[in-house]
Design a protein around this ligand. Structure first.
Ligand SMILES: Cc1cc2nc3c(=O)[nH]c(=O)nc-3n(C[C@H](O)[C@H](O)[C@H](O)COP(=O)(O)OP(=O)(O)OC[C@H]3O[C@@H](n4cnc5c(N)ncnc54)[C@H](O)[C@@H]3O)c2cc1C
Length: 551
């Protein structure tokens, strides 16, 4: 018997396998692809995702991937890549992100800064870690063909993607992390809610995606290197991410109505790329496809009985803001410890119900942010004057520069979105009646109000506060004379909850948390904080999903 079958080995399914496997949960993951993604796909790993990768022990491996450590990670806007540069938002290189992290305060008081890296590289690291866990079985070249929820277990049919007889697998749970066209979601009859088919000049409609090698692009562009390159002209809107910092790029171009339905060849890709550069260049097309921008969709339910939806199977973004993959990883992190607790017999139904209660509002919040960014950049009108070499042209470029720089700050400097996601109202969060800071995209105010990310600090010994956390549940006892933690320890022993008490005498930490005690969940969310352990039994029972919410 398997504990959890995971359909889909993208970032969501692989993260889930790591989180479950490190807890000894028996996992079967199937994915019809022969291995991890060939195409670059997502381009940004946000700070919160990097903090989770740090907790899992491999943030440094992810940060070593993708662009070389000294490669700029700027976002730059051009009329065409070889013509006028319109605006540039500078962001730290991977080397600077590590070197300067301790000096960061305010919104960016974090354990890890974002990292600009293609998803294809992240997946390779995730797969390696998932495969290293003995209770995980990862089967590429296999797909989920069917399933039935029998109430106390799920019966799944998996079969080789190349054809062949299905095998029946019995498991306690099934997770559909099977992407945007999710078979699991369709089979459950769960519909999308939200907006789709939105039309914009850019990031709304069919897009051409070309993964390409352009060895002479660097020498052709009269501008410093960047990570994200965006063209703004009246002929064709595009964006392009540097993949390896040498000659590989992920290039995406908006297609016109007349072009959207046709087949695309490598020669077409060369022609469209030449439009973006402003001159023809030799390129090698590594892959080619089209995709649709303009979705902000969230599944009506994230769960039916023993079957869960996570990642793109549960929500679909327009990629502005770089939130789809990061939201997918956080789904896995939220769901994993809950499934593991129920498999181990230390958690119950309230824990399972809390997954949808917590993650669905987050998906609605994040898809709405992505939609606003898509409107901001996609509805900007690129006038033909932008490319003229006269006063009108110069004035148009100056106006565009000002707008695009402000837009870049809105879309790419988003600590509030990535660090400020909260689970207020969750049945397993014990609120303390204090209002959390306002939810703002571009500003994050650290706060230990239960339901959000714990505030971060660097310790005197140089470690991150997060590095001192226990592997599962942490009770932070802060300040010189914190209240007794014994009632929490006793309750944990009674409930079978793996709780570690972590003491920090620094009064500044007690001030940061505005309480001497704070209970941190396995997914690094504040579950409760307070000044005494008097209600320890009830608090821990509720937070760990033993007791139903009492509102
Ligand atoms: C151009 C572009 C740029 C993007 N940029 C960003 C970005 O910068 N940041 C960001 O956060 N997101 C970005 N995204 C979105 C991101 O790529 C996705 O959100 C992410 O891949 C979702 O991960 P997932 O694991 O949920 O799904 P997927 O990565 O789609 O994985 C699903 C897996 O399920 C498998 N599968 C399908 N059917 C079955 C079946 N029946 N049985 C078993 N397995 C099955 C598939 O083979 C696939 O491997 C971008 C997307 C695009 C298109």
């Amino acid at each position: 018997m398997i504990d959890v079958v995971i359909a889909g080995g993208g970032p969501c399914g692989l993260t889930l396998a790591i989180e479950l496997g490190r807890r000894g949960v028996r996992v079967l993951l199937v994915d019809p692809k022969p291995g991890t993604a060939f195409n670059p796909q997502a381009n940004a790993t946000q700070a919160r995702t990097m903090e989770h990768f740090r907790r899992l022990g491999f943030a440094h491996e992810i940060r070593a991937q993708g662009l070389p450590a000294d490669h700029p990670t700027d976002i730059a806007y051009f009329t065409r890549f070889a013509r006028h540069e319109l605006a540039r938002l500078r962001l730290p290189t991977a080397a600077e992100a590590v070197r300067d992290i301790r000096a960061r305060t305010g919104s960016w008081a974090v354990a890890e800064l974002p990292h600009r890296v293609a998803q294809k590289f992240v997946e390779q690291t995730l797969l390696r870690h998932a495969q290293a866990l003995p209770s995980n079985t990862i089967r590429h070249g296999w797909l989920l063909d069917d399933f039935v929820d029998r109430g106390d277990h799920v019966e799944a049919a998996v079969r080789p993607a190349a054809g062949g007889a299905p095998e029946t697998v019995r498991s306690r749970f099934l997770v559909g992390a099977d992407g945007a066209r999710s078979f699991v979601r369709h089979r459950l009859g769960i519909a999308w809610e939200g907006e789709t088919g939105v039309r914009r000049d850019f990031m709304g409609g069919r897009m051409l995606a070309v993964y390409l090698r352009a060895p002479t692009l660097g020498a052709t562009m009269p501008h410093p290197r960047a990570w994200m390159h965006v063209t703004v002209n009246a002929e064709r809107r595009t964006f392009m991410c540097a993949v390896d910092g040498r000659d590989e790029f992920a290039f995406h171009a908006a297609l016109g109505d007349a072009e959207a339905g046709r087949e695309w060849s490598a020669d077409d890709a060369r022609r469209v790329f030449a439009q973006a550069v402003g001159v023809e260049l030799p390129i090698e097309v590594l892959s080619l496809g089209t995709w649709l921008a303009g979705h902000s969709l969230v599944a009506r339910r994230f769960r039916a009985g023993n079957v869960f939806l996570a990642g793109d199977a549960a929500h679909l973004f327009t990629p502005t803001g770089g939130l789809g993959y990061n939201t997918a990883v956080e789904d896995a992190i939220n769901l994993a410890w809950k499934l593991a607790a129920v498999v181990a017999g230390t958690g119950a139904e309230p824990l399972l119900a809390s997954y949808e209660a917590e993650r669905q509002p987050l998906a609605e919040r994040n898809t709405a942010h992505a939609r606003r960014f898509a409107d901001s950049i996609g509805r900007f009108r690129a006038s033909p004057a932008l490319e003229r070499d006269d006063d009108d042209g110069r004035a148009a470029r100056a106006a565009a520069s000002a707008y695009l720089l402000e837009h870049a700050k809105r879309e790419f400097d988003i600590p509030g979105i990535t660090l400020g996601g909260r689970y207020d109202g969750s049945p397993i969060v014990v609120a303390d009646g204090i209002a959390p800071p306002p939810d703002e995209a571009n500003r994050y105010v650290p706060s230990a109000v239960p339901g959000g990310r714990p505030p971060h600090a660097w310790l005197d010994d140089g470690r991150s506060l997060f590095d001192s956390f226990h592997r599962e549940w942490t009770l932070l006892a802060l300040g010189r004379t914190p209240p007794s933690t014994a009632p929490f320890e006793n309750a944990a022993a009674r409930l079978g909850v793996d709780l570690g008490v972590v003491r920090h005498a620094d009064v500044a930490l007690a001030a940061l948390y505005e309480a001497p005690l704070a209970l941190i969940r396995p997914d690094q969310i504040v579950a409760w904080r307070g000044g005494s352990s008097d209600d320890a039994g009830a608090v821990l029972a509720r937070a760990s999903g033993h007791a139903a919410s009492r509102g």
